[in-house]
Design a protein around this ligand. Structure first.
Ligand code: ADP
Ligand code: MG
Length: 741
C-alpha cells in the first residue's frame, strides 16, 4: 500500500464480506479483521488479493520484523542510478548556456531508462491496479511520467525539437509556444526521482517511529540461566531458551544481564534499571520478595528470582501488545482522511481529463493542454493526506510507551486531550498502597495476638493493600495461617470467612453491618481518624472484637503531579472508600480540595456518571488501582490504571501508567494535546497543498517538474512534523513554572 486510497480500497473490499469489519493501517501495513466463523481466513486473504494487494496472516510476534535489509539496499541502489541519470537531464534543461549542439539527444538517452526502468515500480503497480479496475497514487505517477516522456518523444521526432542547435529556455512557468515543441524530459525524470526519494525518506521516518515496539521486543534476552536439580539432587545452573521458561522456575541474573522474565527475588540484592517500562531513569533497589520485571537491566549484584509470569503474560509482553494495538487502531480524523483519499484519485483523474478536454476544446495549443494535464496528475498525489494522522499516532503512542504511558487505542489519545476532570482514588493511587499495620486494639476480653492471627487468616485471601499489610504483620512472622472457609471479598467494604469454625469479618467502620462498638474501640477509631490513619473493624462471631489501624503515605511526587494537572486546567477530585479523616489528611498533604469519602464502588461510578453529565464536551478520567475501582474506570470517558495495580483495574483501563506515578498522567494529557496539534497541522498542510496547487496546475501555470518536487516535499513535511512528537519531553519540576500548555 502506498497511500490512503489503498487503505480505503482494502477496507471496502473486506467489509463487503458478510459480517466482516476491518481496519487497515497504512503506517504499519497491518489489517485487523473481525470476521464471523462463516468467513474463513482464506476468504479474507482472497478479498485482499482481489483488491489488488497481497496479504498473509500476521505472526503473533509484534510488528517487530525489521525491514528486509536486502530490499532496502536494492532500492537505495536504484535510487542512486536514477539520480545519476536524472541530474544531467535536469541541469541541461535548466541551464540554457550549457545546451550544446544535440544536447537534447543526450537527454533522451539518459531519460529513457529513468522513465521506463526507474519508474518501473510505479508502472507495475499502476498496471496491477488497472487489472483490478482500481486507480491509486501509482496510477497518477505512472500516467504523469508516460505523458511527459511521450510528449517529449513527439516533440523530438515530430515537433521540431530534435533539430540541431535547438535551445530551450527554462522558466518557472510552463513555456509559451515556440517555433518548436517543448520537451518535458526533465519532468519525466524528476517525477520518478522525487517520488522515489520522498518514499525512501518516508520509509526511514516510519521505521524510526515503529522502532519503539521493536526496541521493546529486543529487550528480552534469548536465554535464561535456570537453577535446576541435577542427578544428585544438587541445584545446577542450566541455560534454557527464554521461551521455555516456566512459572515457578528459579533463574539467575548476573550483573549487567537483562532479566529474562517477570519474577520475584529469592536471594540477593541489586539495583535494576527499569527505564524501558517506566521511563524512570533512576535505578530501583530490589531485595528478596520484591518483584523484578522482565527486560530490566541488572545494574547491581547477582541475584536469583522465581519466575512469576512468562511469555505473553509478562509486563513487557503486555506493554508491547498494547502499543501495537494502539498503533493498529484508527482515529476519527484518520478515517476521514482515508475516505477523502479514496475518492481523491478518481477525482484527480477526472480533473486531469477535464483539463485536457477543456484546453483542447477551447482551441488552446496542445502543448499547454498537455502541460496542465501532466502537472495535475503529478501534483495531486494524496500521499501527504494518507500519512497525516497515522504517522502522528505512531509517533505519539511510541513516545508514550517509552515514557511509561500505555495508550490502548488512538481514540483514547483523542479523549485524553479533552480531559477536564480527574477523579483519583486514594489507596494505591495517591498513596503508595504499601500500608503498614500501626497498631491493633482488641475489645475487652479478646486476646490481641489471637485477634491478629484470625484477621491475618482471612486477609490472606485478599490482595487489598490493607490485607497485604495485615498479612505482613500477622502471618509472615508465624508461618502459614490456618485454613479459611467460605471466604468472601466485598470490594470497597471488607472481607469475611470462617477460620476453623470461627466467623471473622473485617469491615469498613461505617459499613452497614458494622456492629455498635464498645468504648475502647470507639476511642481507637476516633484517634485513628484524627491522625489521618485508616482503620478497620473486626468482628468475631458477630461480636465486635477489635480495631486495626493502618498507615499509608502519599506517593513521592503526588503533590507535584496534582499541581501539574491543575496547571493543565484539570479539576482533581479525590474519591475514596476510606473514611473522611484519612481522606482529608492525604488530600491536604497533596493539595486536593475536593474530597469525597466513604464511597463504595457503585458510589464512585455514580459520581463519575454525574460529572460526565455536568461537563458535556469535556472528558472525565478516573485513576484507580483496585478491584473496587473497576466499575468507575469503566464508567469514565477514560479509565486510567496504575501500573502496579490489580490486573482487573489494568484490564479495563484505556491508559495505563506503567511508571506508577500520577505525574505521568499530566504528561499523557500534554502528549495528547501536542498530538492533536500535530495532526491538525498535518491535515491542514496536506489539504491546503492540494487545494492550492491543483487549481494552479489546471490553469496550466505549473511546471510539471516543480509539481513533482512539491508533491514529495508535502509528504516529507508531514512525516517530519509527526516525527517531532518522538522528541516530546516530560516536564521536569525545575521548568514547571514555564508551563504554558
Ligand atoms: P480506596 O478507595 O481508598 O482505594 P477501597 O475502596 O479499596 O479504598 O476500600 C475502602 C474501605 O473498605 C477501606 O478503607 C477499608 O475500610 C475497607 N476495605 C476494603 N477492602 C478491605 C480488606 N481487604 N480488609 C479490610 N477492609 C477493607
Ligand atoms: Mg485503591
Amino acid at each position: 500500500m502506498t497511500c490512503g486510497a489503498c487503505v480505503n480500497r482494502v477496507e471496502r473490499r473486506l467489509s463487503r464480506l458478510e459480517g466482516v469489519t476491518a481496519t487497515v493501517n497504512l503506517a504499519t501495513g497491518r489489517a485487523r479483521v473481525i470476521h464471523p466463523g462463516s468467513v474463513s481466513i482464506a476468504d479474507v486473504l482472497a478479498a485482499v488479493t482481489e483488491a489488488g494487494y497481497s496479504a498473509s496472516v500476521a505472526a503473533d510476534a509484534p510488528i517487530a520484523a525489521p525491514p528486509p535489509a536486502a530490499d532496502e539496499r536494492r532500492s537505495g541502489q536504484d535510487l542512486a542510478v536514477t539520480a545519476a541519470l536524472s541530474v544531467p537531464v535536469l541541469v541541461l534543461s535548466m541551464v540554457p548556456a550549457w545546451q550544446f549542439a544535440d544536447w537534447q539527444w543526450l537527454c533522451l538517452t539518459l531519460a529513457a531508462p529513468v522513465a521506463t526502468w526507474g519508474a518501473w515500480p510505479f508502472h507495475r503497480r499502476a498496471l496491477h491496479g488497472l487489472r483490478y479496475g482500481t486507480a491509486t497514487m501509482d496510477t497518477l505517477v505512472s500516467l504523469g511520467v508516460i505523458a511527459a516522456f511521450g510528449w517529449s518523444l513527439w516533440a523530438l521526432f515530430v515537433g521540431g525539437a530534435g533539430e540541431r542547435g535547438m535551445r530551450m529556455d527554462f522558466t518557472l512557468l510552463p513555456p509559451a509556444s515556440d517555433a518548436h515543441a517543448h520537451m518535458y524530459l526533465e519532468a519525466a525524470v524528476a517525477v520518478p526521482l522525487f517520488v522515489l526519494l520522498g518514499r525512501r525518506l518516508e520509509d526511514r521516518a516510519r521505521t524510526a517511529t515503529g522502532s519503539a515496539i521493536r526496541e521493546l521486543a529486543a529487550l528480552v534476552p534469548d536465554e535464561a540461566a535456570v537453577l535446576h536439580p541435577g542427578p544428585t539432587g544438587k541445584l545446577v545452573e542450566v541455560t534454557v531458551p527464554t521461551a521455555a521458561l516456566m512459572v515457578g522456575q528459579v533463574f539467575v541474573v548476573r550483573p549487567g544481564d537483562r532479566v529474562p522474565t517477570d519474577g520475584v527475588v529469592v536471594e540477593g540484592r541489586s539495583a535494576l534499571d527499569v527505564s524501558h517500562l517506566t521511563g524512570e531513569s533512576r535505578p530501583t533497589e530490589v531485595a528478596p520478595g520484591d518483584p523484578v520485571p522482565g527486560g530490566s537491566v541488572n545494574e547491581g549484584g547477582r541475584f536469583t528470582a522465581r519466575a512469576s509470569a512468562v511469555g505473553a503474560d509478562t509486563r513487557l509482553a503486555r506493554i508491547t501488545a498494547a502499543v501495537e494495538e494502539a498503533q493498529a487502531g484508527k482515529t476519527r480524523a484518520q478515517r476521514l482522511a482515508d475516505r477523502v483519499a479514496g475518492v481523491f484519485v478518481p477525482s484527480v483523474l477526472a480533473i486531469a481529463v477535464t483539463a485536457l478536454g477543456f484546453w483542447l476544446g477551447a482551441g488552446a495549443d496542445p502543448q499547454a493542454a498537455a502541460t496542465a494535464t501532466m502537472a495535475v496528475l503529478v501534483v495531486a498525489c494524496p500521499c501527504a493526506l494518507g500519512l497525516a494522522t497515522p504517522t502522528a499516532i505512531l509517533a505519539a503512542t511510541g513516545r508514550g510507551a517509552r515514557m511509561g504511558i500505555l495508550i490502548r487505542e488512538p481514540a483514547a489519545l483523542e479523549r485524553l486531550r479533552r480531559v477536564g476532570t480527574v477523579v483519583v482514588d486514594k489507596t494505591g493511587t495517591l498513596t503508595t498502597g504499601r500500608m503498614t499495620l500501626l497498631r491493633h486494639e482488641a475489645a475487652p476480653g479478646v486476646d490481641p495476638a489471637e485477634l491478629l492471627s484470625l484477621v491475618g487468616a482471612v486477609e490472606a485471601g485478599s490482595g487489598h493493600p490493607i490485607a497485604r499489610a495485615v498479612v505482613r504483620a500477622a502471618v509472615e512472622p508465624t508461618g502459614p495461617p490456618p485454613a479459611v472457609a467460605d471466604f468472601v471479598s466485598d470490594p470497597g467494604v471488607g472481607v469475611r470467612g470462617l477460620v476453623e469454625g470461627t466467623r471473622v469479618v473485617v469491615l469498613r467502620p461505617d459499613a452497614e453491618d458494622s456492629p455498635p462498638l464498645p468504648d475502647a474501640l470507639r476511642t481507637a477509631l476516633r484517634e485513628a481518624d484524627a491522625a489521618g490513619h485508616t482503620a478497620v473493624v473486626v468482628t468475631v462471631d458477630d461480636e465486635p472484637a477489635g480495631v486495626l489501624v493502618l498507615g499509608d503515605s502519599p506517593r513521592p511526587g503526588a503533590a507535584r503531579a496534582i499541581r501539574a494537572l491543575e496547571r493543565l486546567g484539570v479539576t482533581v477530585i479525590l474519591a475514596t472508600g476510606d473514611r473522611a479523616g484519612p481522606a482529608q489528611a492525604i488530600a491536604a498533604e497533596v493539595g486536593i480540595t475536593e474530597v469525597l469519602s466513604e464511597l463504595g464502588p457503585h458510589d464512585k461510578a455514580a459520581l463519575v456518571r454525574g460529572l460526565r453529565l455536568d461537563t458535556p464536551g469535556r472528558a472525565v478520567a478516573v485513576v484507580g488501582d483496585g478491584i473496587n475501582d473497576t466499575i468507575a474506570l469503566g464508567e469514565a470517558d477514560l479509565g486510567i490504571g496504575m501500573g502496579g495495580g490489580t490486573a482487573a483495574a489494568i484490564g479495563v483501563a484505556d491508559v495505563t501508567l506503567v511508571r506508577d506515578d500520577l505525574a505521568a498522567l499530566a504528561d499523557a494529557i500534554r502528549l495528547s494535546r501536542r498530538t492533536a496539534t500535530t495532526i491538525r497541522a498535518n491535515l491542514g498542510w496536506a489539504f491546503g497543498y492540494n487545494v492550492v496547487l491543483v487549481p494552479v496546475a489546471v490553469t496550466g501555470l505549473l511546471n510539471p517538474m516543480f509539481a513533482a518536487a512539491a508533491m514529495s516535499v508535502s509528504s516529507l513535511a508531514v512525516v517530519t512534523n509527526s516525527l517531532r512528537l518522538t522528541r516530546f519531553r516530560t516536564r521536569r519540576p525545575d521548568d514547571a513554572n514555564q508551563d504554558s500548555t
